[in-house]
Write a protein that binds this ligand. Structure first.
Ligand code: ATR
Length: 273
């Protein structure tokens, strides 16, 4: 049996153990996957001890993804671009880091929901770790225009500057969103839904065929989804599909097999909304 885990804080409600157990069963792979609660100040030691005990790989979730990046001895191109790591694979000298969040989002959008991203005028809300994690994969998928908008404008400017493609990627002030016309794809990468504030943005952002997508799922996505529905968005999606797809990408990184995701997705969806 090989040993896997997900590290996070809090972690009790993580769906990852369930998802990876299902993928392993379906692919006849013998593994154990558990959830480990790691406060930021203890994460480094806990991860080292997991490595000493023979841990084969791990997922890392909030608020540890940036820290995990710093503990890797090798980094994939996706991890380097994201600046954070959500997947660790045991290597000779330590951990090889990867980030599957962006690929998971793209797969959910383009395959499960059959969106063609190429001609979508896209608004990315937020400029923190989650936004940075999906930025490059979105651009690679051929988006025509990406507007980044963050409550703190400087952070959005820094993120846009890091891309260096001003013709395609630019920023707008949060308070000026009512003057920006409408978008075909609006992605909520803020952590606002984890607090108690209700989401409120101008309805004018929503174009006739707009897809609204929250990277979170469950309660954390509720407020944004409610806003999108109230504004009559063509689609209002939470990040449950992204969760299942990023897990599939991690599974493939560890085991070399891409699991079938639909059954797991349907099961989680049924127990969720
Ligand atoms: P994560 O890893 O989830 O991205 P983060 O790096 O702390 O977490 O980033 C949180 C993001 O959510 C930021 O873009 C933050 O905006 P600020 O840079 O202005 O702080 C955004 N955010 C958090 N609460 C928000 C709220 N109530 N309204 C709008 N944006 C919010």
């Amino acid at each position: 049996t090989s040993h896997f885990a997900v590290f996070g804080h809090p972690i009790a409600h993580s769906l990852s153990p369930r998802i990876h157990a299902a993928y392993a069963r379906a692919n006849d792979i013998d593994l154990e996957y558990r959830a480990i609660d790691a406060a930021p100040e203890h994460f480094k030691d806990q991860l080292a001890s997991f490595h000493r005990d023979g841990g084969a790989g791990a997922n890392v979730t909030l608020p540890l993804k940036l820290q995990a990046y710093g503990y890797c001895t090798e980094l994939s191109a996706a991890a380097q671009r994201a600046g954070t790591v959500n997947t660790l694979r045991r290597s000779a000298g330590g951990w090889s880091g990867h980030n599957t969040d962006g690929a998971g989002l793209i797969r959910d959008l383009t395959e499960r929901h059959s969106l063609d991203l190429r001609d979508r005028r896209t608004l990315l809300l937020g400029a923190g770790g989650a936004a940075r994690g999906v930025l490059w994969p979105l651009l690679d998928s051929g988006l025509r225009e990406l507007v980044i908008c963050n409550r703190t404008a400087e952070t959005a400017d820094r993120l846009a500057d890091s891309v260096g493609d001003p013709a395609r990627v630019h920023t707008r002030y949060w308070d000026d969103l009512a003057q920006q016309g409408s978008f075909d794809l609006i992605i909520n990468a803020t952590s606002a839904g984890h607090g108690d504030g209700a989401f409120s943005l101008p309805f004018s952002l929503i174009g006739a065929r707009a897809t609204c997508y929250d990277l979170s799922y469950g309660n954390a996505a509720r407020s944004f989804i409610a806003w999108a529905r109230a504004a009559n968005a063509a689609q209002a999606l939470d990040g449950l599909g992204m969760l299942v797809e990023q897990a599939a990408e991690s599974f493939e990184f560890w085991h070399g097999v891409r699991p079938e995701t639909e059954a797991v997705y349907a099961q989680l969806r049924a127990s969720f909304l």
